[in-house]
Every structure is written in structure tokens, then in C-alpha cells.
Write a protein that binds this ligand. Sequence first.
Ligand code: HEC
Length: 149
Amino acid sequence: MMRMMVVMGSLLLGAGAVMAQQEVAVQQDNLMRGQAKSLYTVILKMVKGETHYNQAAVDAAIKDLEESVPRIATVFATNPKQNVVNATYGSSQKIWQNKADFDSRVPPVVKAIANAKGKVKDVASLKVAYNNINDRCNDCHETYRVKLK
Ligand code: HEC
């Protein structure tokens, strides 16, 4: 009886650890999705002319990126050792082998956002800002993001 309780207890603990790791992966993915919403859903659609230029929406998206991007290094501090269920993209294990290099890909994005702030006035200047920011996002993705499907 005692042995069974110990076995059941450790099974529950194991399940708890797996769930916590999935939560970490989801948290990391949510951070990226939030940034994608600002850069792709708001900004890129205006650059492409799919939505009308809207200064307030541009300013809000840049502000959101300004707050969110510096959080990347901390949010990715823990290796979840698993991908989000059904995700299209996952994290390369290289992140946690070269965490300092991974973290060093963040400040250039922060700088590109700071450079854009207050300077975007129309579609033309938005396009310049979009390219500058997106290129820096991709500098990290090329090395540390894995396409799963
Ligand atoms: C320092 C590295 C790094 C930087 C900088 C970075 N990302 Fe990511 N991004 C990742 C990693 C790792 C993944 C894969 C794991 C995940 O989705 O959580 C990812 C995934 C994504 C995904 C796919 C999400 C999904 O599952 O569908 C999008 C979209 C994305 N990033 C957008 C952005 C945007 C936009 C920026 C710039 C504003 C950015 N990222 C900056 C590391 C980075």
C-alpha cells in the first residue's frame, strides 16, 4: 500500500513537471506571438496596403514592441525541453547551449525599435522601420528558431 502511494505520488510529480514545462513553452510562444501581432498584423499589413495607415495603431504597436522585446532573454531563461503542442515553430536547443549569444540578439532589435520611435509618419517611413526591425528579429530566428511543420 505504502509502495503504491509512493509510486502514484512520483507519477503525479512527473506529470506536474511536464505540465510546468509545457507552460514555459507556451509562455515563450505567447511572447513571440504578441510581437508578431504588432509587427505583422498591425505594421506589415499597413506597409502592404492591406489596411489603412493609422498613426495611433502604429504608435501603439511600436510601444508594445518596445515593452515586449526586452523581455525575451528572461522569458527564454528556462529550457522547456519540449515544443508547444501543434506549434509550427519551436526553439532550438542551441539557445541554452549559447544563451549569451542568444541574448545578444535582443539589443539590436531594441535599438531598431528605438530608432523607429517618433520617426514613422507615413507608409514610406513605416516600411523603412518595418524592414529594420524585422531583419533584426530574423537574425535570431535564423539560428535559434526551428520550423516544425
Ligand atoms: C533572441 C531571439 C529572438 C528574437 C530577437 C525574436 N525572436 Fe521570435 N522566436 C524566437 C524563437 C526561439 C522562436 C521559436 C519558439 C517559440 O515560438 O516560442 C520564435 C518564434 C517566433 C514566431 C513563431 C511563433 C509561432 O509559434 O507561430 C514568430 C511569429 C516570431 N518569433 C516573431 C518575432 C518578431 C516579430 C520578432 C521581432 C520583433 C522576434 N520574433 C524576435 C526567438 C527570437
